[in-house]
Write a protein of this length. Sequence first.
Length: 463
Amino acid sequence: MEKLKILNPFDDSLIEELPFEEEQDVLDKLDRAHRMFQDPAKQLPKYERIQILERLAEKIQADAERYAQEAAREGGKPIVDSRVEIARAIDGIKIAIRELCQLKGEEITMGITPTSTQRMAFTIRQPRGVVLAVSAFNHPFNLIIHQAIPAIATGCPVLVKPALTTPLSARSIVNLLYEAGLPEPWCQFVFCSNEVTSKLISDPRVRFLTFIGSEKVGWRLRSQLAPGATCALEHGGLAPVIFDKTADIKKSLPLLVKGGYYHAGQVCVSVQRVYVERSIADDFIDRFTEKVKKMKTGDQMEDSTEAGPLILPREVERVHTWVEEAVKAGATMTIGGEKISKTCYQPTVLVDPPEDAKVSQEEIFGPVVCLYRYDDLNEAIKRANAPEVFFQSSIFTKDIDTALKAAKQLNALAVMINDHTAFRVDWMPFGGTKKSGLGVGGIGYTMRDMTLEKLLVFKSESL
């Protein structure tokens, strides 16, 4: 049986070797999930699901440092940020419990036409069926919580397919669910090739796909779904920030630097493009660069590390190529542009790269922030909206009219005002438009997507 080496992205040290599952073994897991869902006697009542999730949260809390260490080691996120990820995951489970208590249908008014008299109608929500959760590497613990826990809460069996580079956190969550009392077919860990994953996705027994990953892969997988199956897709973005002359540079810089270089920029809503009003641009660029210079890049397991490694050495090469191309095309580099090692890249600041450069048009997914001067707000909004990927954006200003105009006109499903683009809490709606995704994430929103609203109509002469 073929095995895949799970490596620490900082130094390529071996963490574990994990065997690939054979195609038939994976399809057998799908069959078990499907047959269990079809059997009314095996359905879990809501109170049991709540109890299981409560125990899960307690188990994670009791050993939080272990799971933070595991996630940081396999994914490369600095340990200080991985601890935050585990805390978010615990909150996410609690949010799912609260949302389950509120997940309900509604009364449909009858009796307002002659044909609707003597009738009473209301809707109920029922689980769609088997969920396939295909996840990404950058939040190896919390993304699984976002994808699998809503399924379990709503009564959908789920197959968890993690990124091949970061499967260990997902496996830990599945095992913890078993320890918390979840019967095995309700949540199963799947570690298989992309070819086998494609066969899963096209199987008619899969009724909902939740995918977090690249745009190219996500839209292709959507096209492979069986008729009637639905999906939610989370892809990338080029998160733009507009910074006007009224904004407070001193207070804003820590937010922007954190938002740009958190997890070495490997986040779909990382600050990537900052449009700064020309009258303050030179001061902003100098101070931003100075703050980036002080960042520590290196071993993600050290508490002092602010930017860790990229997930794979080839990503370092790709980012470096993009930076070099931008500089050759006219961008000014004020800091960075160096490969610290084969897995770490120096946090980089590029000023005024051309609008057609890759760093301006495509998601960098690395520790690079581009700063652009602008003269007019309309111009800044137009340039911010130019790419075809929109997730989250932000505007820094003290002027309410400017804030409202930008909030209305920026092409994103979320606009942060005086905050960086990577802000997120797990009960808020979260999603992209156009090429950036499909559907709306967030624990409660995902739970609604994983259920169907069924109408019940009662006819009685006594009504």
